[in-house]
Design a protein around this ligand. Structure first.
Ligand SMILES: Nc1ncnc2c1ncn2[C@@H]1O[C@H](COP(=O)(O)OP(=O)(O)OP(=O)(O)O)[C@@H](O)[C@H]1O
Ligand SMILES: [Mg+2]
Length: 469
């Protein structure tokens, strides 16, 4: 369920689009649909603070929509838009629980005031709750957690450049922690008291994005009802984080180049360049080199933003991060959801270590949140994990044991379990021992007895070289 500010419902496409554009410019999250049925469909998946709806619409009209809303989303404020001839209908709507009505033609200022008042009037608790929901957990707890040597090395490098003006490019699969690292860099620079402004280059249409980034002067396009500061100006003295930089249009790429080279920005419709003092961090989960090769991304800009670059490895390549992350998320979600989960069980952790995590840390975070909420006891057990993650390779079948003594059968099973664990953990014995719940010495002895040899090492040496601790 996504939390959004406004849903516009009007069968007039023009009204719909222009209202939507205005709300976006004002910084609201907004959806717009053309009839009551479509509005109900939206409400299934989203929670809106305000529904702004026409009364006269084909199909489900505004009043019917209001009644439906009272049942399905009682704390959503409904405001009607009505033609001059239909004020009686609007008054009736208020009796039914609508907050207010606006008469067409719509006066933008009056509309904005009405919406602001409506939002203010909602009781404090409700807005606090919704705010809490909208805050990403890492705003509550921004600790960057790691246990893997790869991340340790990466952060070592990060620290050497954090407190410089160097432009940084962060790459990595979705959910690996790029946004988090960008913020971390900002927090470890002398700009930490200054603003950290984040914007995704793939989030808005080109025109809107340009005005979001560079600001606009009043009247420079329809809907630009007053001067607006852009994100670059907002970030003055701090850091701007341009996420999904690969999505920037050719036109925006030129503008970025200008900012990087000349340290000036030009608001849309303005002709006086503004000096900026901003540190730029960019991120992408697409390969910018490929984009350059395919001529989708300017080579000169690529070199400008790629002064220092970090690639965050996918979670499946940094297995030693999994346990500390799981523990961190358990603590975090215990606090958020008022739960008292103590730990993850060994078997559940083993499953987490074997699963490839295509959605990376974000996916792990979601899985642990769900498990913290759903686990009936004090521990996260395999059953607390979603089925797709639990699907580990099928257990050894009965017929394999047919002609074996009990001792032989048990030995074979033991070997299979140890082998699977070692393989899933890239033959890291320390980690495998911990996962299997035995000491390193025990694991070492078992490996020798069962003749389990890391295929990447030469056989005899691998079992004699290291002294078990
Ligand atoms: N090392 C970490 N320690 C704690 N939490 C982390 C870590 N890395 C990522 N997370 C959490 O995982 C989630 C995803 O991280 P983030 O949004 O930074 O990823 P991303 O790479 O920017 O993803 P996208 O490509 O989708 O923008 C966030 O909620 C973040 O708090
Ligand atoms: Mg991100």
């Amino acid at each position: 369920m996504a939390n959004k500010d406004v849903l516009v419902v009007d069968d007039d496409v023009l009204v719909c689009e222009s209202l939507k554009e205005m709300f976006i410019l004002e910084g609201f999250s907004v959806d717009a649909v053309l009839d009551g049925q479509a509005a109900l469909a939206k409400i299934k998946d989203n929670h809106y603070q305000v529904v702004l709806s026409d009364i006269q619409m084909p199909g489900l009209n505004g009043i019917e929509l209001l009644k439906e809303l009272k049942g399905r989303s009682p704390d959503t404020t409904v405001i009607f838009i009505t033609g001059h001839g239909h004020i009686a209908g609007a008054v009736e709507a208020i009796k039914l629980g609508a907050y207010d009505y606006i008469v067409k033609p719509i006066d933008d200022l009056r509309l904005k005031l009405t919406i602001s008042h409506a939002l203010e009037q909602k009781n404090l608790q409700a807005s606090y709750e919704s705010l809490k929901k909208r805050i990403k957990p890492w705003n509550l707890d921004e600790t960057l957690v790691f246990g893997d040597r790869k991340m340790d090395q990466l952060l070592g490098l990060v620290h050497t450049i954090a407190d410089t003006m160097a432009t940084v490019l962060i790459t990595g699969e979705s959910g690996t922690g790029k946004s988090m690292l960008a913020h971390y860099i900002h927090k470890h620079s002398h700009r930490r008291e200054g603003p950290f402004v984040k914007i995704s280059c793939g989030s808005l249409s080109e025109t809107l994005l340009e005005s979001e980034l560079f600001g606009h002067v009043r009247g420079s396009f329809t809907g630009a009802i007053r001067d607006k500061k852009g994100k670059f100006e907002e970030a003055n003295g701090g850091t701007i984080f341009l996420d999904d930089i690969n999505s920037a249009s050719p036109n925006l790429q030129i503008k970025f180049l200008r900012v990087l080279q000349e340290k000036v920005i030009e608001p849309v419709g303005g002709n006086v360049p503004i000096q900026t003092d901003v540190r730029i961090i960019t991120a992408t989960n697409a390969s910018l080199q490929d984009e350059v090769a395919n001529q989708n991304f300017r080579e000169d800009l690529y070199y400008r933003i790629n002064v220092v670059s970090f690639t965050i490895p996918p979670l499946r390549d940094r297995l030693s991060d999994i346990e500390p992350l799981v523990n961190h998320f358990i603590n975090q979600f215990n606090r958020i959801h008022h739960r008292e989960i103590k730990a993850i069980s060994k078997s559940a952790l083993q499953i987490c270590l074997q699963y490839p995590w295509p959605g990376n840390v974000r996916e792990l975070e979601n899985v642990i949140e769900r498990a913290v909420i759903l686990s009936p006891g004090e521990f996260i057990v395999p059953e607390s994990l979603p089925a797709n993650i639990r699907e580990i390779p099928p257990a050894t079948s009965g017929e394999i044991f047919q002609h074996l003594t009990l001792e032989e059968a048990m030995e074979r099973t033991e070997k299979q379990i140890i082998l699977e664990t070692l393989e899933s953990l890239s033959w890291n014995r320390q980690l495998s021992a911990r996962t299997l719940g035995v000491s390193r010495t025990t694991l070492f002895n078992k490996m020798r007895r069962l003749q389990l040899v890391d295929p990447r090492r030469s056989a005899p040496e691998s079992l004699t070289e290291s002294t078990p601790s």
